[in-house]
Design a protein around this ligand. Structure first.
Ligand code: NAD
Length: 291
C-alpha cells in the first residue's frame, strides 16, 4: 500500500517507521530534521502535502492541534484520489475532528479520528492504543494499518468519538492523580509512611491506576516516575493540553466538570512554575509545597 504520512514528530516518526516496514510511506513535515529521520527509517521524502498525497491509497496524520489538522486536510482534500482512506491520529478538539471528517465525507472520502495513548515508546514499539471515531466502513478499512502501529484498537462510535474517549479518560486520570497526591501527602503529614499507606490503600477502596502504576510518592512502585525525579512518562504539559480540550468540550456540551476544571488549574500552575516537562505525577510537588 502507498501511504502519505504527514507530521513526523516525536510520535509520528515512530509510527511511520512501523508502517514503512511493509508499505511505501511518503513523508511530509515542515521540519527538515523530522523528514531526515523519517528517510533514515525507511520513508521517502515528499516536498509538499500534494506530493505526499498524490498516488497514495491512505493518508495518516499526526499533528499538534486542531488548527494544523484543519489546514493540512484542506490541502489533502484538494489532491487525494477518490476513495483515499484518511486517518487522523492527532489529539485535537472534538469540534475540529467532527468538522474535518464531515468535510471528508462530503468530498467522498472515508475518514476516522484515531487519537492514541502509549506515548513515544508505544509509537516506536508499535504498541499504541487507538481510540477511533467514524463509520463502520471507514474503521474497517483503517484497522489493518492501526494494527501495525498499535496493540489495542477500539471503535468508539461515530466521528469524533475517538477524541471524546481520549479526553474523558485523561480527565479522569488527571483527577485521580491529584487525589492520590493529596492522600499520600496527608498520610505523610499525619505520620503514616508512604509504603504502609500504599500497602493498605492499594488493596482497599482507594486503589486506582495512578497509585499502583505511577505512584506519585517515591518508594512503593519502583518503576514510577517519582523514583527518577519525576522524569516523564507522560509530561504535565501534555496532561494540561488534554484537560484544556476536555474543558472546551464540556463547555460546548454544557456538561459539569468541576473537578476536571480544578485539575486543569493545577497543571496550569505547574506549567507556570516552569515544570511542565515533569511527569504529570510531579503535581505532587505542588501539593507537598516543594515546587
Ligand atoms: P511533535 O511536535 O513532536 O510533532 C508534530 C509534527 O507535526 C512536527 O514534526 C511538526 O513539524 C509537524 N507539523 C506541524 N504542522 C505541520 C504542517 N502544517 N504540515 C506538516 N507537518 C506539520 O508532537 P508529538 O509529540 O509527535 O504529538 C503529535 C500529536 O500526538 C499531538 O496531537 C499530541 O497531543 C499527540 N500525542 C502525543 C503523545 C506524546 O507522548 N508525545 C502521546 C499521545 C498523543
Amino acid at each position: 500500500m502507498i501511504i502519505a504520512f504527514i507530521g513526523l514528530g516525536n510520535m509520528g516518526g515512530g509510527m511511520a517507521a512501523n508502517l514503512a516496514r511493509d508499505n511505501a510511506v511518503k513523508a511530509f513535515d515542515l521540519s527538515e530534521v523530522a523528514l531526515t529521520k523519517a528517510v533514515q527509517s525507511g520513508c521517502s521524502k515528499a516536498d509538499t502535502v500534494a506530493a505526499a498525497v498524490i498516488g497514495a491509497d491512505a493518508v495518516v496524520t499526526m499533528l499538534p492541534a486542531g488548527a494544523h489538522v484543519r489546514s493540512v486536510y484542506a490541502d489533502v482534500f484538494n489532491h487525494a484520489a477518490p476513495g483515499t482512506l484518511m486517518i487522523d491520529c492527532s489529539t485535537v478538539d472534538v469540534d475540529s475532528a467532527r468538522a474535518v471528517i464531515a468535510q471528508a465525507t462530503e468530498a467522498g472520502f472515508d475518514m476516522i479520528d484515531a487519537p492514541v495513548s502509549g506515548g513515544t515508546k508505544g509509537a516506536a514499539d508499535g504498541t499504541l492504543t487507538f481510540m477511533c471515531g467514524g463509520t463502520d466502513e471507514a474503521y474497517a478499512r483503517a484497522k489493518p494499518l492501526l494494527d501495525i502501529m498499535g496493540k489495542n484498537v477500539f471503535h468508539a462510535g461515530a466521528a469524533g468519538n475517538g477524541q471524546v474517549a481520549k479526553i474523558c479518560n485523561n480527565m479522569l486520570l488527571g483527577i485521580h492523580m491529584i487525589g492520590t497526591c493529596e492522600a499520600f501527602n496527608l498520610a505523610d503529614k499525619l505520620g503514616l509512611d508512604a509504603q504502609t499507606f500504599y500497602d493498605i490503600s492499594s488493596t482497599a477502596s482507594g486503589q486506582n491506576w495512578s497509585m499502583t502504576s505511577y505512584c506519585p510518592a517515591p518508594g512503593p512502585v519502583a518503576s514510577a516516575p517519582s523514583n527518577r525525579g519525576y522524569q516523564p512518562g507522560f509530561a504535565a504539559a501534555m496532561m494540561l493540553k488534554d484537560l484544556r480540550l476536555a474543558k472546551e468540550a464540556a463547555s460546548t456540551a454544557r456538561a459539569a466538570t468541576p473537578l476536571g476544571a480544578q485539575a486543569e488549574a493545577m497543571y496550569a500552575l505547574m506549567e507556570a512554575a516552569g515544570e511542565g516537562g515533569l511527569d504529570f505525577s510531579g503535581v505532587m510537588k505542588l501539593i507537598d509545597g516543594s515546587l
